[in-house]
Design a protein around this ligand. Structure first.
Ligand code: NAD
Length: 317
C-alpha cells in the first residue's frame, strides 16, 4: 500500500482499529488519500486487508505516543488511537493514559505544523456515571478518577482539554466528538463489551452473561451512522464537543434477548456480578448534532445488530 496521488491527505491514528478502519474507507470514498497509523495494541492488519492495493491508502506501523513525523501536506488529522473497551484499558492503563495525553498532544502538534483540521475521538465516558439523563454536551460528568475506568475517562477528558488549548493558543482548527457505544463489523470478538460478548455466546450456544439484573441501559449506534457523523463534524462542526450516538435506549437484558432471537440461538441468559463503576444509564442527547450538522442515526437497532451478527458469524465459523 503506497500513496502516489496528489489528493488531499488525511492522517488517521488507530486506522487499523474497528472504527478507524471504517473511517479510512469513508475518507477514501470521499476522494482523499489516507495515511493510517497504528501500533496494533488492539487493532489488526486484517481490518484494512480489503483496502490493500488501493494506491490512495498508505499504512504505517507507528506508536503515536512516540512522536509523529510525516512529510508533505496533510489536510485532516483524525485521532482515533486508544484502547476502547474496559478489559482492554484495564490491561493497558498506562498506555491508555499516554495515548489520550501524550498521543493527543503529538497529533495536535502534527495538525498545527501542517495547518490541518484536527478531530479527536472522545467518548461518552467523559460523563462517567451520569447524574443527568440523557447527557447533553453541557454536562460536565461524574467520573471517578481513581477507579478502574479512570485511566480511560480521565485521559479522554485531558485529550479534550488539549484540543481546546491548541485551539485557543495556536488557533488549530479542532473538533471533538463524544462517541457513544458503537458496534459493527470488525469489532473484536474478545473486546469485552456487551455486543461482541452476547453475539459470540449466542453463536457458540454458550450462556449469555448479563451483568447485574440487566436493567442498566446503553444506546447503540451502528458504525456507518457514526462515520457519517464524523464526516459531518469535519465539514460543519466547530471546536466544541458534539455527541454522536443513537438515542434509542435498550436495557442489557433486552439486548441479550434480541441477540438470542436474531441469532436463532438456544443460549440461556445468566446473570453475573456488576463490574465496578459500570454506568447505569447511557444515552446521548443529540439535539446539538441535529441542529449543527443535520445529523441523526438512520440504521434501526435490529438492522444494525443483524449486520454485526453476520460479521461475527463469518469470523467465528
Ligand atoms: N467503539 C466505541 O463504541 C467507542 C465509543 C467511544 C469512543 N470510542 C473511541 O473511538 C476510537 C476507536 O475505538 P474502536 O472501538 O475502533 O477501538 P479499537 O481498539 O478497535 O481501535 C483503536 C485503535 O488504536 C490503535 N492504537 C492504540 N494506541 C495506539 C498508539 N499509541 N499508536 C497507534 N495506534 C494505537 C489500536 O491498535 C487500535 O487499532 C478510540 O479512541 C475510542 O476511545 C469508541
Amino acid at each position: 500500500m503506497g500513496a502516489t496521488s496528489v489528493k488531499e491527505r488525511a492522517v488517521v491514528s488507530g486506522g487499523a482499529g474497528f472504527i478507524g478502519s471504517h473511517l479510512c474507507e469513508a475518507l477514501l470514498a470521499r476522494g482523499l488519500s489516507v495515511l493510517a497509523l497504528d501500533n496494533f495494541i488492539t487493532g489488526s492488519r486484517d481490518n484494512l486487508a480489503h483496502l490493500r492495493g488501493n494506491p490512495d491508502l498508505e499504512f504505517r506501523q507507528a506508536d503515536v505516543n512516540h512522536g509523529v513525523f510525516i512529510g508533505g501536506d496533510v489536510r485532516y488529522v483524525l485521532h482515533f488511537a486508544s484502547p476502547a473497551s474496559p478489559p482492554q484499558y484495564d490491561s493497558n492503563p498506562i498506555h491508555t493514559l499516554k495515548v489520550g495525553t501524550v498521543g493527543t498532544m503529538n497529533m495536535l502538534g502534527l495538525a498545527r505544523a501542517k495547518k490541518a483540521t484536527f478531530l479527536l475521538a472522545s467518548t461518552s465516558e467523559v460523563y462517567g456515571d451520569p447524574l443527568i439523563h440523557p447527557q447533553p454536551e453541557s454536562y460536565w460528568g461524574n467520573v471517578n478518577p481513581i477507579g478502574p475506568r479512570g485511566c480511560y475517562d480521565e485521559a479522554k477528558r485531558c485529550a479534550e482539554a488539549y484540543a481546546m488549548a491548541y485551539h485557543r493558543t495556536h488557533q488549530v482548527d479542532t473538533r471533538i466528538i463524544r462517541i457513544f457505544n458503537t458496534h459493527g463489523p470488525r469489532m473484536q470478538v474478545s473486546d469485552g463489551r456487551a455486543v461482541p460478548n452476547f453475539m459470540a455466546q449466542a453463536i457458540r450456544g454458550e450462556p449469555i452473561t448479563v451483568y447485574g439484573d440487566g436493567s442498566q441501559t446503553r444506546s447503540l449506534c451502528y458504525v456507518s451512522d457514526l462515520v457519517r457523523g464524523v464526516l459531518a463534524v469535519l465539514d460543519r462542526g466547530d471546536e466544541f464537543p458534539v455527541n454522536l450516538g443513537n438515542p434509542e435506549e435498550v436495557t442489557m437484558l433486552e439486548l441479550a434477548e434480541t441477540i438470542v432471537l436474531l441469532a436463532g440461538s438456544k443460549s440461556e441468559i445468566v446473570h453475573k456480578e456488576l463490574p465496578i463503576d459500570d454506568p447505569k444509564q447511557r444515552r446521548p442527547d443529540i439535539t446539538h448534532a441535529r441542529k449543527l450538522l443535520g445529523w441523526e442515526p438512520e440504521v434501526r437497532l435490529e438492522d444494525g445488530l443483524g449486520r454485526t451478527l453476520e460479521y461475527f458469524r463469518s469470523v467465528l465459523r
